[in-house]
Write a protein that binds this ligand. Structure first.
Ligand SMILES: C[S@@+](CC[C@H](N)C(=O)[O-])C[C@H]1O[C@@H](n2cnc3c(N)ncnc32)[C@H](O)[C@@H]1O
Length: 229
């Protein structure tokens, strides 16, 4: 653990360990490509060395099955992407996509994103943090498990480079308003929406698997983009 990057440590149990089993293809990909794409939470990294080049680094938290992350990385080969996801079958699915499409600008931590941000990412270095359809924790007594809380906003402010941005999207209106309140109240991040509310989905963000499911059920979607000043 590198204490150099630790601010006030805090924990948010923002995920449930899902029971879903990995498919045969996901298991094969985990076995065959883990070494090639995955990083260890027990090691220290220089990300320029990891990617073999200097390029803006974008973190995606909770990429699910990785479909939208693979699409974005393929569409933007000049950027480096770091995906962080606790669900191993989802990591396996992403590894299959990276290998099938020969996408070279993605690396993965299968670990809690809060710990990775706190311990592995140097301060003021990220070009962007993406958080697409975080677990909404709908019941009031579970709101404390929502990843977007004041401590998380402070962590983002600390990890983003000046000019970098945080982009979140959700199909749960109450969580959208909760994120808007917390990010607006936090220091150092400015809402890019002219009305200081929500944004249209920008062209660079593909529809995600979770989003598609919600759209099929008639859900609306709220995007928020805050820039680090
Ligand atoms: C509702 S799913 C959305 C997945 C994907 N972004 C999509 O839109 O299809 C939320 C994902 O975030 C992951 N997650 C939640 N908290 C996390 C954390 N602290 N670190 C890493 N992954 C996390 C969960 O495992 C889950 O796969």
């Amino acid at each position: 653990m590198n204490n150099a990057y630790q601010m006030e440590p805090f924990k948010i149990r923002s995920f449930m360990r899902r029971q879903g089993r990995a498919t045969a293809g996901q298991k094969l990909a985990l076995d065959a490509y883990w070494e090639k794409y995955c990083l260890s939470a027990q090691q220290e990294y220089d990300f320029d060395d990891v990617f073999g080049r200097q390029a803006p680094l974008i973190v995606e938290i909770g990429f699910g099955n990785g479909g939208s992350l693979a699409d974005m990385a393929q569409a933007n080969p000049e950027l480096n992407y770091l995906g962080i996801e606790v669900h191993r079958p989802g990591v396996g699915h992403l590894l299959m996509l990276l290998e099938q499409r020969q996408i070279g600008n993605v690396r993965v931590f299968c670990h809690d994103a809060i710990e990775i941000l706190q311990q592995k990412i140097p301060d003021y270095t990220l070009a962007a943090v993406h958080l697409f359809f975080p677990d909404p924790w709908q019941k009031r007594r579970h709101h404390k498990r929502r990843i977007v809380r004041p401590e998380f906003a402070a962590l983002l402010n600390r990890k983003l480079a000046p000019g970098g941005y945080f982009h979140a999207a959700t199909d749960w209106e109450d969580y959208a308003k909760h994120m808007l309140r917390i990010l607006t109240a936090g220091k150092g991040l400015v809402n890019t929406s002219p009305a200081n509310t929500f944004c249209q989905r920008p062209a660079y963000r593909p529809l995600t698997k979770f989003e598609n499911r919600g759209l099929g059920l008639g859900h609306k979607v709220w995007d928020l983009i805050f820039q680090k000043i």
